[in-house]
Structure formats: C-alpha cells, structure tokens
Design a protein around this ligand. Structure first.
Ligand code: DX5
Ligand code: ZN
Length: 218
C-alpha cells in the first residue's frame, strides 16, 4: 500500500497571507507545498517569480514543490533553485531540450520533475526515467485552478505506473482533485496529489480546520 501525499497548491490561497496560509495547511497535515509558476507565455496566466518564492521559503517546513509552467526554462533554473525549491518540475512541451533541462535541474541541486500536458503521450518517458525523481501528469490544461478533471488521463497514469515499476519516481497528479476523482488516481498508481481549490475551498487562516477536513477527504 502506497501512502498518498497531498500537496496543496497555494494558487488557491490568500495571496496577501502566504506565510499564515502555509503554516495552516502544514499544521493541518499536508505533505508538500505546491507552488505554481506561470509566465503568461507557456500558459495564459502569470503568477510567481523567484523573489516571491524566496520570501515564502522560510515559512515552509515540509517540501517546496515548484511547478514551472514557463518557456524557456533553462535560463531560470538557477534562480528558482536559489530561491529554495526542493523539487523543480519542468514541462516536456516547454522546449526542444527536456533532457538538458532535467540535467540542469539536478546540477542545481534540486530533485527533477517532468510534467506532461493532457494532450501529451508517454513516448519520451522511457528515455528520461534515469533523469527524473517525479513525473507530473496534468489532469487539467495548465494555467488555472478550479478546472474540471480530464478522465482520459486515468489510463495514462496506469501505463506510466507500469513503465516506472519499482523505480523511486513519484507520480504526481495535478488538477481537478476532489474526493471523487482522487481515489481514481490513487488506484491508477499515483502517489502525490496536488489540490488547490479542493484544499482551500471553504476555509481560511481563521478557520483552518476546514483545510484539514478537505485534505483528509481527498
Ligand atoms: C494548474 C496548476 C494546478 C492548479 C490545481 O495549472 O498547475 O496546480 O492550481 O488547482 P485545482 O486543484 O483547483 O485544479
Ligand atoms: Zn501545478
């Protein structure tokens, strides 16, 4: 039995209150903190740069899981590593040299993650298995929180689990995780579930118990 980790996405937190939001979700039992970096180019939305990550880093006691939805990637790896990322995940679709990008992430001292959009197949994965610590299967099109889970990704995760076998590589699911969809992904072989709206909805730093209920429900 695989223990499923929950990684709340602070994309759904109160942006004026990151320190307290992070303390609240960690006190309520989350495993990692997922940080969604968007550049307005690879995805049609803009979020956080390296100075913001450096500012929230001291508030994170678990794992800072950084999802780079940016293109190009390589020029920014040292900045995001320097801001304190434990895991840096780059998209296969972000450029022609994902192998080089993954090498650079490890060279910068971070664990390396590979993210796949919903429309991307697994063809490249066998060639990258010795380069990655995590594979993130996007179950929504990246760019926004609160979107609907894409069911076609269940079979992809099942195939990915078979490819990975017993290698120490996390399968992370990102997008649309609810108490209904999360068990489907756990059953298919995922071991880390990102949840933004699913964790933060209905709660606040004044009422953090709701975060805990949401985390346990997923
Ligand atoms: C989407 C981001 C996700 C997102 C998940 O581009 O990568 O991490 O915040 O949000 P929910 O859980 O609301 O789908
Ligand atoms: Zn994400």
């Amino acid at each position: 039995d695989r223990k499923i980790k929950i990684a709340p996405s602070i994309l759904s937190a109160d942006f004026a209150n990151f320190g307290e939001e992070i303390r609240a979700i960690e006190a309520e039992g989350c495993d990692w903190v997922h940080v969604d970096v968007m550049d307005g180019h690879f995805v049609p939305n803009l979020t956080f740069g390296p100075p913001l990550l450096a500012a929230i880093r001291p508030h994170i006691r678990t794992v800072m899981d950084v999802h780079l939805m940016i293109s190009p990637v390589d020029a920014y790896i040292d900045a995001y590593a320097g801001a304190g990322a434990d895991i840096l995940t780059a998209h296969l679709e972000a450029g022609p040299h994902i192998h080089r990008t993954l090498q650079a992430i490890r060279a910068a001292g971070c664990k390396a993650g590979l993210a796949l959009n919903p429309g991307t197949g697994l063809d490249a994965v066998p060639h990258l298995l010795d380069m990655v610590d995590l594979i993130c299967v996007m179950t929504v099109n990246p760019g926004f929180g609160g979107q609907k889970f894409i069911h076609s990704q269940i079979e992809k995760v099942r195939s990915l689990r078979a490819m990975i076998g017993d290698r120490p590589i996390h399968i992370e699911i990102d997008g649309g995780m609810t108490p209904e969809t999360a068990p489907l992904m756990a059953e298919a072989g995922a071991d880390v579930l990102v949840a933004g709206s699913g964790v933060f909805k209905g709660g606040s730093v004044q009422n953090p118990g709701v975060y805990g209920e949401n985390i346990r429900a997923i």
